[in-house]
Design a protein around this ligand. Sequence first.
Ligand code: ADP
Ligand code: MG
Length: 426
Amino acid sequence: MFKITPKLHEKIQHFARFPQTGVSLRQMVLFGQKPSQASLFKASQFLHEELPIRLAHRVKDLEELPRYLSEMPSILKVKDWYAQSFQELIELPPPRLSREMKEKLKHASKNASQTIPPCVPNPANVHLARPHLEARLMTLPIGHRYFNPVEDIRCSPEVLTYTDSFVKTIEGVKRRHDPVVTTVAQGILEYKEHRKPQVVDTEVEKFLDRFYMSRIGIRMLIGQHSTLYRGPFRQDYVGVICTKTSIREIAQDAIANARYICEEHYGLFKAPEVKMFCPGDIEFMYVPSHLNHMIFELLKNSLRAVVERYGSDYEDDYPPIKLVIAHGKEDITIKISDEGGGIPRSSLPDVWAYMYTTAERQELEPEFNKSEFKAPMAGFGYGLPISRLYARYFGGDLKLISMEGYGTDAYLHLNRLSNSDEPLIM
Ligand code: ADP
Ligand code: MG
């Protein structure tokens, strides 16, 4: 059984004092375009420093929750996972290079520095003071040093072994944290039942936003690193990022899935139609799984609203849902409009609360649902808040406008420039 010893706790506290370092989508793509052993090694150096800091922040955050909540068994369990992952990472010896390798890297960085696009160094990170890391850093700022596309260099076996054991460790961390969302949700649910609050608890909501946002970031960094290391190497992909994500294709996929789930759930022969308006083939740089998740969640909400408003005898005459895609210089916006009766204005703030749902509550089954948090038709109250986090993670946003008595418009804004800083709260 894992236990947080006082010594480990002290270390966690120490790491939690350092700021987290954000990585933008553009940085990830530039960095991973030609993954070489050397660049992967640099990435593991970065992650070896950055992941324990991020994990330590979360442990601290969990400890600072209202007392009753921080002592819930499920919350304690999650805290142990974070602490254990933290320990595994700091116990891994820091990546080191042979002298020969160091020379090669230095040389490569010098050559590469002339061609580095101006957005690579992240100015927000340049002045971060991290005394315990400083010793290991050379003179270049963090973003510059790690996210610097160096040329391919043949590596010594020492480097390969390190990268290999490092990747295995972080993949283990990712796996351990698979059931975090459902487990935290369980704790919050028990807490809410215990307190029976009439209003949304803003402190807890803020915590959850921070916590899940951080989880998206950590999983993105790990997923990106392990995919770059192991493959599969697919055309137009840099790790899990697709440089030519076709919105039309992703939307078509999400429409088919959402309608299928709707038909299953309500026992319908035919779910409401979804009409897509897409000017040409829009391709942009994004993580397809994130985009799919957001559109899918919004469509399920709209389908549910329409079916529940008209009933299941109305099958042939449901008003269609419209999915409109607009292509601007700064944003790509996807609007999903339904005629499902809308949301009363007084409930609008509630829909962003975790676990707020007007559907019959679904059982949380962390044991059966280990891989990812997959909601069925409705009933977890996680669809909107998590989708908004995904949108914000790469500098976008999600907004709802409702006309009570008619329908709802959801606006999903995606930042096309993709160089916005990773949002790191605390
Ligand atoms: P869930 O779908 O599990 O209930 P969500 O976070 O997706 O959770 O949505 C929360 C609530 O917001 C829904 O239960 C519903 O009451 C309301 N809602 C969301 N989208 C719509 C919509 N398009 N029309 C009407 N109500 C909606
Ligand atoms: Mg939903």
